[in-house]
Design a binder for this molecule. Structure first.
Ligand SMILES: Nc1nc2c(ncn2[C@@H]2O[C@H](COP(=O)(O)OP(=O)(O)OP(=O)(O)O)[C@@H](O)[C@H]2O)c(=O)[nH]1
Ligand SMILES: [Mg+2]
Length: 524
């Protein structure tokens, strides 16, 4: 495996760098940094969820996990960074800003530590981040970081919240920015009402908040798309969301920093996955007792649906209000129509609602775009960190130690220059910057061979995992031939595209070499 051999080379490099820097007081910090970097490479990728206050970040986090782990709210805001990582048993570890040793807490205390009550504010302010260890399958693939909202004032903010933001908003924004920069990949969440001008959203993406986002490591997520629903005859809200996303993606300022923008209904996905039996029964009773026209009239007006008693509606207002909080207007309407059109059990309803929320597609996108390249993305981040640190630590050191750091940094730089995966990432970057003149089929092959659909030879060739060696050899030979010609197409194509074609030829040659080795191993 390409990744496997790269990992082995990287591990070897760390081993020698760590032994060169061990037991030397002057190099202690650099040694620890190397240790931390090496550990990081063996951890799942860290994906941060970032966005303005109340963009729906915590709800999205729970929707991705399929259960309620972090607290959400209309008034209270996420106060501290929550770093969720996989563990067999749920627990918390509170990390402090002043270097005080981390404090274990029970999982039940998370909400109190996350939200923004007045009572223990000083304690909350002393927290750097909360490590949440939790047994959820998705955390085996990547760790998720829920961040406080970037500074903005929300129309429903209480006086208390506004005061808080004046005092601490800037600090929270800075924490979130540094968290986004520390993560391997970032989801940028934002909402955009149908009345919002695109210009406003585009401007938001120009601020320092987006830091070092590139289409390789950042995806935009349009949230609360269910709020576009109004009329049963209009198109599905996710289609309206898609149109907005496409429009926004066509702005060069956005194209340069985000891989894509994806529409989602986080609340609906979360509600669907955590639907209770009581809620299923309430929805069924509504579907059985109210004709469509009546139900639509009722749900169209939130106050009417949540507050008033009606003789023909068998569910009391308090329960309707709770249902509204859990699924939103569109979610309730969708569940109602699904049940009326034949969905007759709770599991099926969950499935159907989830499908229309955009969340399973977002999960897949995260896995294919970030997941299959996760080692390379993490390595890129780590190499950058080592480069910056080696420059900083070299200052004011005796010549001998300076030399050791220079030597270690040099070896890591050499690795970066030689590693073919980084050349592939540069090709992708050029593609996202619209610098390549590849046609549709060439783009498809480029995405495949660089690992968008998986990193096995078959997947890189677009043949899936089950292809035989002979099938793969035949395809790879044709591809090498094609891309070699493409790389020497100087008359028609520009240098960036021909160079990219050269990199892709090399990608196919490497697959060819691996297949030859596999064949020899099988037959001799
Ligand atoms: N209609 C609708 N409401 C949503 C959706 N996602 C979140 N909300 C609501 O928006 C409010 C804020 O949601 P949170 O998930 O707490 O937002 P957040 O970005 O984490 O907020 P902060 O941590 O305060 O910055 C809550 O009342 C949610 O119920 C959605 O997809 N649709
Ligand atoms: Mg939050």
């Amino acid at each position: 495996m390409i990744e496997g051999t790269l990992q082995q080379r990287v591990d070897e490099l760390f081993k020698s760098a760590l032994s060169d820097t061990i037991n030397q007081a002057e190099l202690e910090h650099f040694h620890h940094l190397l240790q931390r970097c090496q550990e990081q490479l063996h951890q799942p990728m860290r994906v941060a969820i970032v966005g303005l206050i109340k963009a729906g970040k915590s709800t999205m986090m729970n929707a991705l996990l399929g259960e309620e782990v972090v607290a959400t709210g209309n008034v209270e805001a996420t106060f501290n960074v929550n770093f969720l990582r996989y563990g067999d048993r749920s627990s918390l570890l509170v990390h402090f800003k002043n270097g005080r040793s981390p404090e274990p807490k029970s999982f039940a205390e998370l909400a109190a530590l996350t939200l923004r009550p007045d009572s223990h504010r000083n304690y909350l302010l002393s927290i750097k981040y909360i490590e949440v260890i939790y047994p959820n399958k998705i955390l085996e693939s990547f760790s998720l970081i829920d961040t406080p909202g970037l500074l903005s004032y929300y129309k429903d903010d209480s006086e208390n919240t506004l005061q808080f933001l004046q005092l601490h908003g800037q600090e929270l924004t800075e924490i979130t920015q540094s968290e986004a920069q520390g993560a391997d990949a970032v989801l940028y969440l934002f909402s955009h009402s149908l009345a919002t001008e695109d210009k406003q959203t585009v401007e938001m993406f120009q601020g320092p908040a987006v830091g070092q986002a590139t289409p390789i490591n950042a995806i935009g997520v349009l949230t609360k798309v269910d709020s576009y629903w109004s009329d049963p005859n209009a198109s599905e809200p996710i289609d309206a969301g898609n149109r907005i996303c496409q429009r926004l993606s066509s702005h060069p300022q956005i194209r340069n920093i985000l891989y894509t923008i994806y529409p989602t209904c986080g609340l609906l996905a979360f509600g669907a996955q955590t639907l209770t039996k009581d809620e299923w029964q309430i929805l069924t009773r509504l579907a059985q007792s109210l004709p469509e026209e009546r139900m639509h009239k009722l749900i169209k007006d939130v106050r009417r649906f949540c507050d008033r008693e009606y003789p023909d509606v068998p569910i009391p207002p308090s329960q309707r209000q709770e249902l509204f909080n859990r699924l939103g207007q569109y979610g309730i309407w969708l569940a109602y129509t699904l049940i009326r059109s034949g969905v007759n059990n709770q599991a099926q309803l969950t499935d159907e609602l989830l499908k229309r929320s955009g969340i399973p597609q977002l999960r897949d996108l995260i896995l294919s775009h970030f997941g299959h390249r996760s080692y390379l993305i993490k390595l890129g981040k780590v190499l950058q960190e080592i480069k910056v640190a080696s420059f900083r630590y070299q200052q004011n050191l005796p010549v001998r130690q300076q030399k050791i750091i220079k030597n270690v940094a040099g070896l890591f730089e050499e690795l970066e220059a030689q590693e073919h995966g980084f050349s592939e990432l540069r090709v992708l970057r050029n593609y996202y910057d619209k610098k390549l003149d590849f046609d549709e089929n060439e783009v498809k092959q480029m995405l495949e061979v660089t690992g968008e659909g998986g990193t096995s030879c078959g997947e890189r060739l677009g043949l899936g995992e089950l292809a035989t060696i002979e099938q793969m050899l035949s395809v790879v030979k044709a591809r090498i031939h094609y891309w070699q010609e493409r790389a020497s197409d100087y008359l028609i194509s520009d240098t960036t595209s021909t160079n990219a074609a050269g990199v892709l030829t090399r990608s196919y040659e490497r697959i060819f070499y691996r297949l030859q080795m596999a064949k020899q191993y099988l037959y001799f």
